[in-house]
Design a protein around this ligand. Sequence first.
Ligand SMILES: Cc1ncc(COP(=O)(O)O)c(C=O)c1O
Length: 425
Amino acid sequence: MPIAEQASSLSSKTLDLTWVRSQFPSLAQTVHGQPAVFLDGPGGTQVPQRVIDAIADYLSRNNANTGGAYHTSRNTDRMIAEARQAIGTFLNCDAEEIVFGPNMTTLTFAMSRALGRELGPGDEIVLTLLDHDANFSPWKALEEKGVVIRAVKFNEADCTLDMDDLAAKIGKRTRLVAVGYASNAVGTINNVAEVVRLARQAGALSYIDAVHYAPHGLLDVRALDCDFLVSSTYKFFGPHMGVLYGKREHLKRLRPYKVRPNTDNIPNRWEWGTLNHECIAGIKACVDYWEELGRRANPAVATRCAAIMTAHEAIHEHERKMTEKIVAGLLAIPGLRIYGITDPRRFEERCATFVVRIAGHTPLELATKLGERGFFTWDGNYYALNLTEQLDVERLGGFLRIGLVHYNTMEEVARLLTALREIVG
Ligand SMILES: Cc1ncc(COP(=O)(O)O)c(C=O)c1O
């Protein structure tokens, strides 16, 4: 059942920000006497104390390999099963459809290699120029097998995907459409439901990169009906790991390169070698955090699933308010250009991730000056290389990226705007 139907219609949308911030010990840090302001969420979010505790607890008490006939190994097996179940609930799929891996990029290379075994000259893969390179290069590598890559353009004025171009590029020979849920640079949220539909209509598979979207919006693979969806837990308040959802039929049918002792059961046939058990323990704690966030927003929610959806609703409201404030404030800074959607009527089409350039200042200079004042932003291309190249900012140091997530505050936004105004002079 889609998660949306399971959530109570009574859900309140209030984020308990004081509680939220108390959960993240790193947020209390200072830099040169100034409170640290974490605007680097798109590069990796901070983790709540319970994630840190779960990692430490696993290493202190249950550190073992899997499949052994003794206490700590059995505890490890149980813990991994629970974490798989938890992330399955988070994405709304079965636990056996979840594959753990080191990060999204590695999982995507693994999947491109397996899918590539079935492809040959004349087969086509549709990619987009808005995507992070991790959802581009692993597929482009299949050109060596004669696969044809068709890259979808984006509209430069607002950095949205050119859906007409996408529809035109999907055809009879398309085998896979790989698209990002949201851009980790310009923040655009793509109409992935439509992309999935177009792919299916053409008999192609859909592969969704949900790394950037995960901290901002609900992921429901059943409702989306995508074939694959991949994300990284360190972008949504968990440890440095990747997770891949694959429809059961595909995980069973496709042929991964694997070692012989891996069984042919799913997901075991996709998980080679020893996983990062302590981080997997942290993933379960991360989903627990999401659940508690939702239950605090609405104590009446009945299920874990509904709590996660309520958490997203509360986050959405908060991020929306911060988006309104920051976009208005940024646009008032002389010489500043925001790349991406700036019209408040269209804010539902973007995440609270902003890239800017300011005349007369390089992104590195701005990030460095902000960093000295305790604001953690990013400069460069963040591997959204096709985007920075097409917008011709790659040779100019890319953009300054300011990424807001739910633990950021309106007050932090106000302080950032003041600092930027002072730096620009
Ligand atoms: C949108 C997007 N896709 C993919 C990746 C790659 O993720 P990972 O570092 O887990 O390989 C990132 C990382 O920043 C990202 O933002």
